[in-house]
Design a protein around this ligand. Structure first.
Ligand SMILES: Nc1nc2c(ncn2[C@@H]2O[C@H](COP(=O)(O)OP(=O)(O)OP(=O)(O)O)[C@@H](O)[C@H]2O)c(=O)[nH]1
Ligand SMILES: [Mg+2]
Length: 323
C-alpha cells in the first residue's frame, strides 16, 4: 500500500493583462482585455484507501495557467483547478510553510496552492490625463510548495503485539481480509485492513505489523507503522499463549507505544490472550489471572474455536458505538 509521497504542487500563473488599441476607420480606443486567473490545486478526500497509489509515479502536479488577455477587451480564460483525490485520513504537510492540512471526512476539500490572479488590461488604466495607457498589469505569480503527503489509516480498531502473536489470524477471523498468516515473525510487512460488518455499520479493523523493542526508533519494521494506530479508537493488545513471560511481553509493547507518542500509550486498550487452544484449562486460568493484574480487560481467544471470538465481537460493537 502506498502511504507516503513527496510531491511538488504548483498552482497556475495569472494571465497577463493585454495592451491593445482598436484602430481603423471610425474606431479608436483602448481595448486590452484582462488576463485569466490561474487555477488552484486542491486535495479532496475519498473513501478509497488506495487512492494515493494514483500518484506513485508522478512527482509534480500543476494547475493550468490563466490565459493572457486579448484585444477587443477579450478576457483570457481562467486556468482549470486541479483536484487531487486522496484517501480519507490523508495529511499534507507543507514543507515550505511548515503547515499541516488534514482531511478527516469524505468530500472535504482543502487548497494546497493558490492560483495567481490575472493582470488587468490597459483598458483599466485610462484616466483623464492618460487616455491611451500603453501598459497593462502582469499576471500574478502562482503559489508553489513542496508537500509531504501521508496517509494515516483511520481504522476504528487496531491489533497490536509482538511478531507472531496472532494478529493477522484474528483480523482474518473477524473480516474477509485474507491477510497472510505464517509461523515466522514479521509475516505482515504492511498494515492490513478489514471491514467487520455489524447490522448497524461497518467497522474498520487494522492489523499492524509486529512490534519489537526499539520499534519507536525504527527497529524491526519500526515506527513507520506506529503512526497508523494514532487515530484508532481502540487497541487490542495481542499476547500469545505461548509466551513464557506475559507481563514482560506486555510491558515491552507498552514501552514502545509510550516512547513513540505518549498519547498513543493513553489510548484505551484490552488484552487478547491468543491461541488459547494450546492451553489446558488450569494453565489458561492462571494466565488470564496474571494478565488481569496488569489490565482488567482480558479476552481469551482462539481462531480455532470460533465461539471464543463472540465476546470480542460484542465488545468491538460496543466501543465503536460509544466512541
Ligand atoms: N493454535 C493456534 N495457532 C494460531 C492461532 N492464531 C494464530 N496462530 C498461528 O500463529 C502463527 C502466527 O500467526 P499470525 O496471525 O501470522 O501472527 P501475526 O501476529 O500476524 O504475526 P506477524 O505478522 O509476523 O507480526 C501462525 O502459524 C498461525 O497459524 C490460534 O488461535 N491457535
Ligand atoms: Mg501478521
Amino acid at each position: 500500500m502506498v502511504d507516503e509521497i513527496k510531491v511538488k504542487i504548483t498552482a497556475g500563473r495569472g494571465g497577463n493583462g493585454c495592451v491593445a488599441f482598436e484602430k481603423g476607420p471610425g474606431k479608436k480606443g483602448v481595448s486590452g482585455g484582462d488576463g485569466g486567473n490561474g487555477g488552484s490545486v486542491y486535495m479532496e478526500a475519498v473513501s478509497d484507501l488506495s487512492a494515493l497509489r494514483n500518484y506513485r509515479f508522478k512527482k509534480e502536479f500543476q494547475a493550468e495557467n490563466g490565459q493572457d488577455g486579448r484585444n477587443k477587451l477579450l478576457a483570457g480564460k481562467n486556468g482549470e483547478d486541479l483536484i487531487l483525490k486522496v484517501p480519507i485520513g490523508t495529511v499534507a504537510h507543507n514543507l515550505d510553510a511548515e503547515e499541516d492540512l488534514e482531511l478527516t471526512e469524505v468530500g472535504q476539500k482543502v487548497r494546497l496552492a493558490k492560483g495567481g490572479k490575472g493582470g488587468r488590461g490597459n483598458w483599466h488604466f485610462r484616466t483623464a490625463e492618460r487616455q491611451s495607457p500603453d501598459f497593462a498589469e502582469q499576471g500574478r505569480s502562482e503559489e508553489s510548495f513542496d508537500y509531504h503527503i501521508e496517509l494515516k489509516l483511520i481504522a476504528d480498531i487496531g491489533f497490536i503485539g509482538l511478531p507472531s502473536a496472532g494478529k493477522s489470524s484474528l483480523l482474518n477471523a473477524f473480516t474477509r481480509a485474507r491477510a497472510k498468516v505464517a509461523a515466522y515473525p514479521f509475516t505482515t510487512l504492511e498494515p492490513n485492513l478489514g471491514v467487520y460488518h455489524t447490522p448497524n455499520r461497518q467497522i474498520i479493523l487494522a492489523d499492524i505489523p509486529g512490534l519489537i523493542e526499539g520499534a519507536h526508533k525504527g527497529k524491526g519494521l519500526g515506527d513507520k507503522f506506529l503512526r497508523h494506530i494514532q487515530r484508532t479508537k481502540y487497541l487490542f493488545h495481542c499476547i500469545s499463549s505461548e509466551s513464557e513471560d506475559l507481563a514482560g511481553d506486555y510491558q515491552a509493547i507498552r514501552a514502545e507505544l509510550r516512547d513513540y507518542d505518549t498519547k498513543l500509550a493513553k489510548k484505551s486498550e484490552c488484552i487478547i490472550l491468543t491461541k488459547v487452544d494450546l492451553l489446558d484449562e488450569a494453565t489458561l486460568n492462571a494466565k488470564v489471572e496474571t494478565l488481569k493484574k496488569i489490565n482488567p480487560c482480558v479476552f481469551p481467544a482462539s481462531v480455532l474455536e470460533l465461539e471464543t471470538l463472540e465476546a470480542i465481537k460484542e465488545f468491538i460493537q460496543k466501543v465503536v458505538e460509544e466512541n
